[in-house]
Design a protein around this ligand. Structure first.
Ligand SMILES: Cc1cc2nc3c(=O)[nH]c(=O)nc-3n(C[C@H](O)[C@H](O)[C@H](O)COP(=O)(O)OP(=O)(O)OC[C@H]3O[C@@H](n4cnc5c(N)ncnc54)[C@H](O)[C@@H]3O)c2cc1C
Length: 389
């Protein structure tokens, strides 16, 4: 089994985690990425313990400790008054409770660490400039074809090519991702540019009618990462790097407490972007023959529980463990899907439900004991490095 040729399409966080986890267990996967250069967008990412378990298991603990931030306290604030209605312990309690920490990190830092880890083991493992077009399966082998005319053959193929997955379209038919009605604004502000005491607690969600605003510290506490999620039906442009203006976002958050508006106003030029959020219906199956799906390609989800990348990271760890435990590709993919599909589809569903709750404007949802989060739903107590596969 260790000699299997496993082809991974897409070098995002999910595809690279799968590649690194497979390497860690003795495989030599190859990753094909459409971009000519590796990289991630300039934004933050929350890594809850269910994700850090997997990243620690593949050797990234040092990177997370060095580049991530462990918030000591989190909380929920009311959109109008700024009153802290729910307090959440996020510091050493997380480690004690779940056996792995809760980190907040710059996406580019995590992505670079994953890519460096993969390339350190096998400098030839990532092929850039390879845009997947189609595949053929015959006699237990998969042939992938790329837009540049290259064809490669392997024993298994993993589509980790994101929400607009071409692999998913080829395996399960063409369908367009659906605009969810939510637009995300994201920005990065140097902590030093903000009045002292404003970022308290260190990790904070503010909720109001039809809008929410999440902010936390990354890059060793020097940068404030924020994401504003707003309901809009008049704009649905795609892409992660569409510039937005401070005035436009302030209009979106008019009437909100001054703490939120100060952060928006302090965003340096060129550091505020917006994009429309798309999702898809859950799939009842991810595998066709020797090809399967992973990460957003399998289960794109709304960001309200901060679990999209975490689910892709869990997938990567479980996929590698399934290959290590199985005696055939069929068995490996069977074990992978059996362990992953129900959980990922459940978190996808809960992310949608949470969106409605967070934007309901009903303050009784944001009282101690009433607040719904990845933690209250029990999502964080899953360890993908240890669950049965
Ligand atoms: C506002 C917002 C905030 C979020 N916050 C969090 C959070 O705090 N915590 C969390 O866990 N998740 C969060 N998420 C979700 C997370 O960002 C995604 O779930 C995650 O990045 C998906 O990773 P992926 O590797 O599956 O897909 P992608 O990151 O989309 O990577 C896919 C890769 O495949 C490549 N590709 C695409 N098509 C092809 C092709 N045809 N051929 C070859 N390569 C191809 C792409 O270039 C890309 O490199 C958030 C999402 C949003 C929108």
């Amino acid at each position: 089994m260790r000699n299997l040729d496993i082809l991974i399409i897409g070098a995002g966080i999910a595809g690279l985690t799968a590649a690194r986890a497979l390497q860690h267990l003795g495989f030599r996967p190859r990753v094909y990425e459409q971009a000519l250069q590796l990289g991630e967008v300039g934004a933050g990412l929350t890594l809850s313990p269910n994700a850090t378990h997997a990243l620690n298991a593949i050797g990234l603990q040092g990177v997370l400790e060095a580049l991530g931030t462990r918030p000591d306290r989190g909380g929920v604030k009311d959109w109008q008054s700024g009153e802290l209605t729910v307090e959440i312990s996020r510091g050493s309690e997380m480690l004690e409770k779940y056996g792995a920490p809760y980190h907040q990190i710059h996406r580019a830092d995590l992505h670079a660490a994953l890519a460096d880890g993969v390339l350190a083991v096998d400098p030839q493992a990532i092929m850039l400039g390879h845009s997947f077009r189609g595949l053929r399966q015959q006699g237990g082998r998969v042939e992938a074809e790329f837009e540049n005319g290259v064809r490669v053959t392997g024993d298994a193929l993993v589509g980790a090519d994101g929400v607009r997955s071409r692999v998913r379209a080829v395996l399960f038919g063409e369908s367009l991702p659906r605009f969810t009605g939510y637009v995300a604004y994201r920005g990065l502000v140097p902590l030093a540019a903000l009045p002292e005491g404003l970022i308290e607690p260190t990790s904070c969600l503010s909720t109001g009618p039809h809008r929410s605003f999440t902010r936390y510290l990354i890059r060793r506490g020097t940068l404030v990462n924020y994401v504003g999620l707003a309901e809009r039906d008049d704009w649905r442009e795609e892409g992660w790097s569409i510039p937005a203006t401070i005035d436009e976002m302030l209009r979106e958050y008019s009437g909100w407490y001054e703490g939120v508006r100060t952060i928006i106003r302090s965003t340096p030029p060129g550091r505020l972007f917006k994009w429309a959020l798309f999702d898809r219906d859950a799939l009842p199956e991810w595998t066709r023959g020797s090809a399967t799906l992973l990460g957003d390609a399998a289960h794109p989800m709304l960001p309200f529980l901060g679990q999209g990348a975490a689910m892709g990271i869990e997938d990567g760890m479980i996929l590698a463990r399934a290959f290590a435990a199985a005696e055939s590709v069929e068995q490996a993919l069977g074990r992978y899907v059996a362990a992953r599909l129900e959980r990922a589809n459940w978190v996808m569903h809960e992310s949608r439900r949470t969106a409605t709750r967070y934007h309901s404007g009903q303050s009784e949802h944001f009282r101690p004991g009433q607040h719904v989060s990845a933690e209250s739903l029990g999502i964080m107590s899953y360890n993908p490095a240890a669950v049965p596969v």
